[in-house]
Design a protein around this ligand. Structure first.
Ligand code: GAL
Length: 392
């Protein structure tokens, strides 16, 4: 383990946590006191270690093309920069090859800790095994890395609760009657979270499908499994194979268009839509809103992206799931503090990644609707009221 900067010794876990929570992500300052390369990747250096170009903490995020990960980037820069850590945030732009190159770049810059949100949970194992080889401690961030013992810790939100909350919201806001059309959409099959989100949603939706209250409109695989409360990974994989959005707005849009073209009037009218996150929810909602035979739709989301908060205020998206990225970033930085201090970080659960039980720290989620946008997102300092119109 390399010797770390002087300032670090003074930093306690508590002060990093305070830094984390204090920094709302209102879009005032960008919080980045370092430099940006053409790819928007940033390096924040302090006077001592930065000079040699060495970096203490390396962060790898999936893509800049989704607002969610720009939220995390901002939190990391603020928390790590203010804590005096030399750090660099690199984006994989949807490519596992770029991700591996990013990890190799950070290893060559002497990182002690790698915080990585994998583009593809299985494909990332090669990169983290290289990091492990180089004596780096690996923290998986938000998404689990599978099939390797080269992951030391995992920091995440309660993804099962995310899916459960989305499913329950559809049940609580469903029109009266039976045979109500239910459209299912999911995340990318390369993302372990997509399976957990879907399992959470299915755990509450399946009984309603089995008893005929809801009718699945766009997945023969899910329809075939409607009497199965507990699905195997393989069965969930089959359903995701049919309804995946690849976390891509355009894939979501064309899939929704194809679904509405394929069905008859009996699968329109008042409908329910399980959309896995905000970016895909907006695309899907726009398609359903433009179909004249769809009288009303209830659509879920996740991530509290600014554009979706505005959609919720405007009544174009029904809900989102607030995942406070300040907490997730602060938790992973707190782990880095312990690791660099030779201590064992605090964890409160484990996740089996098909190879080992990875010690993990899990954070809870909050459902956001028109009724609690102010309380959950503005009063908590996550966003500024001035960033929205029509806010009550
Ligand atoms: C998931 C993450 C979600 C969402 C999605 C798309 O892994 O947990 O919050 O952002 O990726 O990138």
């Amino acid at each position: 383990m390399k010797k770390f900067g002087k300032r670090l010794i003074g930093m306690t876990l508590a002060s990093v946590m305070t830094f984390g929570l204090a920094t709302g992500c209102t879009s005032g300052g960008n919080g980045n006191n370092g430099s940006n390369d053409a790819g928007g990747n940033t390096q924040t250096a302090t006077e001592d270690k930065g000079a040699s170009g060495d970096i203490q903490v390396g962060i790898v995020l999936p893509t800049k093309d989704e607002p969610r990960w720009l939220q995390d980037q901002k939190q990391f820069e603020t928390i790590l920069g203010d804590a005096g850590f030399t750090n660099q945030v690199l984006f994989s732009q949807g490519s596992s090859a770029t991700e591996k190159t990013n990890v190799e770049t950070l290893i060559s810059k002497g990182i002690d800790v790698l915080i990585i949100c994998a583009q593809d949970g299985a494909a990332a194992s090669a990169a983290v095994e290289e990091a492990k080889e180089a004596g780096v401690t690996v923290i998986a961030y938000d998404r689990l890395i599978t099939g390797t013992d080269a992951v030391d810790y995992y920091v995440t939100f309660d993804s099962f609760a995310v899916g459960e909350a989305q499913g329950q919201y559809l049940i609580d806001n469903a029109p009266a009657g039976s045979g109500i059309p239910l459209y299912l959409y999911a995340g990318a099959s390369t993302d372990n979270n997509a399976f957990i989100f879907f399992e959470g949603a299915w755990s509450v939706l399946q009984p309603k499908v089995a008893d005929g209250t809801f009718t699945i409109a766009n997945s023969s695989e899910a329809e075939a499994l409607k009497d199965s409360a507990d699905l195997s990974r393989e069965q969930v994989g089959k359903i995701i194979g049919q309804v995946t959005t690849d976390w891509d707005f355009n894939v979501a849009k064309s899939k929704a268009e194809a679904n509405l073209t394929a069905v008859g009037a009996d699968m329109k009218g008042d409908v329910l839509v399980l959309a896995p996150n905000d970016g895909t929810a907006r695309s899907i909602a726009d398609v359903f809103a433009s179909d004249k035979d769809v009288t009303s739709y209830v659509v879920t989301g996740q991530d509290s992206e600014k554009a979706s908060v505005q959609y919720i205020i405007d009544g174009k998206q029904s809900m989102t799931v607030f995942k406070d990225t300040r907490t997730l970033a602060a938790d992973s930085v707190a782990m880095a503090v312990d690791i660099l201090g030779g201590k064992t970080p605090a964890t409160d659960t484990t996740y089996n990644n098909e190879k080992i039980d990875v010690p993990a720290k899990q954070t809870s989620i909050v459902v956001v609707t028109q009724d609690n946008v102010m309380q959950a997102l503005i009063e908590s300092g996550y966003y500024d009221a001035s960033e929205f119109t029509g806010l009550q």
